[in-house]
Ligand binder design. Structure first.
Ligand SMILES: *Cc1c(COP(=O)(O)O)cnc(C)c1O
Length: 420
């Protein structure tokens, strides 16, 4: 039974099996105290261990120069391999199905090269209306690149009149209706704006039934919700590491390619030397032969500094496990929701547009505020809350299980009440 009090919040923190992890992060300060940081869906906090991991690589470079590729505990030459176990674990993949490289939008384009090969009959893409802009631009430019008109080729999913999120049944219906014109279903795993976690398994199934490819942008899903990409038979996925994965601004991206595609060397792709058959990479020969699995999509040698930060964070996720994180995340959100409901009971003010069903959301609540939303947001900021504002009037907050406390949640809603 949830009690909407500070002492109850503290009791939950006291009992929280993950409470020690909060101490392992740097919190931005406000008037000499930790901010109430609810922006881990935008830029995750810095693990305290990251600095020394970066300095270690700088020292390695200083000491060994080019020999650093082959020396030490983590020779740079094999750097991309040090992520396979934790990355595969996070997204529910075989190790051969994942690779860490480049940045998110770059990888989305690389995946489109292989997986969006439209014909005059089958060329349409289903995506979310109002998807994250980079995804919109990527899809639009890919469609044009192949000589199609985005107006005609891109089918956008929108909530029904008067509703804020998509109904799974409507998504499945749209897929069915697109039928043999449908080339690709490309959705976010968790919608960045509403926080809705889509039914990836059934969407994938429906897409395949129509003979389409199904890919997901997991920027807001990875490290946030449990994923089983291999078992769900997802064709490909991409994600970034600086949101829930705490790997620093512009941190490296991850890619999943299902093994049914990864082991097909005939699949068209844009190639680079790091994707070439490892055993003869340095023979510098003509004729690209891809590595098996997702590794065969690599272009370049690893960007060590970004990757070193990513390694610190992934190891932490691997240690804690998504199951424990998910359990705490649900509790944090239940608590936040319950506190906001209390305010609304007195006079309705905060319309939570994120689905109520815990299975249909992750760590984020998107709160539709009234006309004075921007003022409210500024007041919150002045009182040490770091959240995210989206025009016209949505405040997005994420209570991240790795480092947020129940007291953070309580303090935030206390301010919501104060400024309502
Ligand atoms: C954060 C985010 C991006 C950002 O793309 P970058 O290439 O990493 O700058 C793209 N798409 C979605 C859905 C996102 O949430």
């Amino acid at each position: 039974m949830i009690k909407n009090t500070l002492s109850f919040a503290r009791e939950l923190d006291h009992k929280d099996p993950l409470r020690e992890y909060r101490e392992q992060f740097h919190f931005p300060q406000h008037n000499g105290k930790n901010t109430i940081y609810l922006c881990g869906n935008s830029l995750g906090l810095q693990p305290k261990a990251t600095k020394s991991a970066l300095i270690k690589e700088l020292d390695h470079w200083a000491e060994h120069g080019v020999e650093g590729h082959f020396r030490g505990e983590m020779p740079w030459m094999y750097y991309h391999k040090y992520f396979l176990e934790p990355a595969a674990g996070l997204v529910g993949a075989e190790e051969s199905e994942v690779v860490i490289m480049n940045t998110l939008t770059t990888n989305l384009h690389l995946m489109m090269v292989s997986f969006y090969r439209p014909t005059s009959q089958r060329y349409k893409i289903i995506m979310e209306g109002g998807a994250f802009p980079s995804d919109q631009y990527a899809m639009e430019s890919q469609v044009r690149f192949h000589g199609f008109d985005p107006q005609n080729a891109i089918i956008e999913l929108h909530p029904r009149e008067g509703e804020e999120t998509l109904r799974t049944s409507d998504i499945l219906k749209t897929i069915k209706e697109a039928g043999d014109e449908l080339a690709l279903v490309m959705l976010g795993g968790v919608n960045y704006y509403t926080g809705q976690f889509y039914d990836l398994k059934n969407i994938t199934k429906a897409g395949h039934q129509e003979g389409a490819i199904v890919g997901f942008d997991l920027a807001h899903a990875v490290g946030n919700v449990p994923l089983q990409l291999h078992d769900w038979n997802v064709d490909f996925a991409v994600w970034c590491s600086y949101k829930y994965l705490n790997s620093g601004p512009g941190g490296p991206s991850g890619v999943f390619v299902h093994e049914k595609h990864g082991n097909n060397p005939q699949l068209p792709r844009f190639a680079g030397w790091w994707g070439h058959n490892e055993s003869e990479r340095f023979q510098m020969k003509k004729g690209f032969i891809p590595m098996q699995g997702a590794a065969g999509w690599q272009l370049s040698n690893a960007q060590i500094f970004g990757m070193a930060a990513h390694k610190v964070s992934l190891d932490m996720f691997h240690k804690v496990g998504m199951e424990a994180l998910r359990e705490k995340s649900k509790k944090l959100l239940d608590f936040m929701e319950s506190l906001i409901q209390d305010i609304n009971e007195v006079s309705f003010k905060y319309n939570i547009i994120t689905p109520k069903n815990p299975e249909e959301r992750g760590s984020q609540l998107s709160i539709l505020t009234g006309d004075e939303g921007k003022q409210l947001f500024n007041d919150l900021t002045e009182h040490g809350v770091i959240a995210d504002w989206r025009e016209p009037n949505v405040i997005r907050v994420a209570a991240v299980p790795m480092y947020n406390s129940f007291e953070d949640v309580y303090r935030f809603v206390e301010l919501l009440e104060k400024f309502k």
